[in-house]
Design a protein around this ligand. Structure first.
Ligand SMILES: O=C(O)CCC(=O)C(=O)O
Length: 282
């Protein structure tokens, strides 16, 4: 659980961390799983069709472990309670020199959640440093509430349509460095972005969007979500069957339906979680 001081800081600044979650042996195991999947596909995840980087826990069994890490769930529970769903998941990959970045945005902009109680845990499978393009945040910007997003640069932007907001006080920008095996947390209204990877290593982060079961999506028909802690007495979301084997036919079908429903209701210009659509025309 977060300490009272960590909770106060999170509420004040809109983000927290880095906090430890995985040993280096566990990081290596998850990296090996990810890279074995890439080898099976003959390409890195960063260049595979973008849909695969979204809700990837429905395709790859090891990601079911990643969304249930006890230190992450305990910290998220401290903020939004003990009945937790994974609403969305995005693999944020930046290869050395590939120029990938994210424009300033809020996750809430196109998530359509009511109430907007959503926390993103960003879990690092490699060191996210200033050099490798870690997240940049504007402390306290979550207190501005929902801000209208414009459409901007799409080239190399990991967000669909290059959506962006005026970041406000850029002088206040903080770099949210997260060492491998650690995670950070951020509020759905926190204004954040990230710059390209200038290091010689891959930058791999998995962004997991947690919501309490009481939250509903106000846009379109029922979506699916994965219960990771507690009970879901509300049933606002359809359950998501976990993959039994990496990328088997059943998992591919479940994932295809879940991502199709998600993106068709959130449009190509939702922000926050990644977006495949910008790069792959989803
Ligand atoms: O990983 C990045 O560079 C951006 C992450 C992000 O925007 C998010 O997790 O909401």
């Amino acid at each position: 659980m977060l300490t009272p001081k960590q909770m106060i800081d999170y509420r004040e600044h809109g983000y927290g961390g880095p906090f430890p979650a995985l040993s280096m042996a566990e990081v290596s195991r998850f990296r090996e799983e990810l890279e074995a999947f890439e080898a099976s596909q003959g390409a890195r995840l960063s260049v595979l069709p973008g849909q695969i980087r979204a809700k990837t826990h429905l395709l790859l069994p090891f990601m079911q472990e990643l969304i249930r890490l006890k230190p992450v769930l305990d910290a998220v529970e401290s903020l939004i309670g003990s009945n937790l769903l994974v609403y969305h998941l995005t693999c944020w990959l930046k290869e050395p020199g590939d120029g990938a970045f994210t424009s300033w945005h809020q996750d809430a902009a196109y998530f359509f959640l009511d109430p907007p109680e959503h926390v993103t845990a960003w879990i690092a499978l490699s060191d996210a440093t200033q050099e490798s393009g870690c997240m940049r945040v504007i402390p306290g910007s979550h207190r501005r509430g929902a801000i209208e997003h414009g459409k901007g640069e799409t080239n190399n932007n990991l967000l669909s349509n290059g959506q962006f907001v005026d970041s406000g006080e850029t002088a206040l920008t903080q770099f949210l460095e997260v060492p491998a095996g650690h995670f950070s947390l951020h509020d759905t209204y926190l204004v954040h972005s990230s710059a390209p990877n200038k290091s010689s290593e891959r930058r791999i982060g998995i962004g997991v969007s947690y919501i309490p079961t009481r939250v509903r999506c106000t846009h379109g028909g029922p979506l699916s979500a994965t219960l990771v802690r507690g009970d879901d007495e509300y049933r606002h979301f359809r359950p998501e069957p976990p993959p039994l084997r990496a990328y088997d036919a059943e998992a591919v079908a479940t994932h295809a339906e879940a991502t199709h429903n998600f993106f068709s209701q959130h449009g190509s210009d939702r922000s926050g979680a990644a977006e495949p659509e910008a790069q792959d025309g989803e």
